[in-house]
Design a protein. Structure first.
Length: 158
């Protein structure tokens, strides 16, 4: 799971990295098959292909992950389906991943002990990001869990 240590360098995800608010990153995640479980006007739910339910969590995560049907709309998401989300139905199989995207870090969360999200592995560090070309005043960012089971590739550009 590559992650950038410095400009142009890549190391294994989960290592202690010195990311800072304002850093611009190139992120991606190879498409992986996932099954659609529910579809609504605004979201579709998939069986999350990475990580597992945390049996010691205070939350009852059901192994699903919601993605917006319009991922570039008011609710922005790094993860996307390769197929048009508006064409998917429950029980369909799709490919989910992160197309190569430039993002800017707008906040960083460090957790000791690791944060209880309902999934394993529990993250120590969360990067809150927005597309690099969006104004920083927007609240609707997405998070990158540096300790995630998803094989997210991150390269620091500046």
């Amino acid at each position: 799971m590559p992650v950038a240590a410095g400009e142009g360098q890549q190391v294994t995800q989960g290592n202690n990295l010195d990311f800072q608010v304002g850093d611009v990153l190139r992120v991606s995640c190879a498409p992986t098959p996932a099954r659609i479980t529910e579809v609504s006007k605004s979201h579709l739910s998939i069986e999350w292909p990475w990580g597992e339910v945390d049996p010691d969590s205070q939350y009852g995560w059901n192994g699903r992950f919601a993605l917006p049907v319009e991922p570039d709309g008011w609710e922005w998401s790094l993860f996307r389906t390769e197929q048009d989300p508006q064409t998917l139905k429950p029980h369909d199989t799709c490919l989910v991943g992160i197309p190569e995207t430039l993002v800017r870090i707008i906040d960083i969360g460090h957790y000791d002990p690791p944060m209880d999200t309902g999934r394993l592995p529990r993250p120590h560090t969360l990067l809150i990001v927005l597309p690099a070309d969006r104004p920083s005043g927007e609240d609707e960012g997405d998070t990158i869990e540096l300790d995630s089971g998803a094989p997210i590739a991150i390269e620091r550009l500046s």
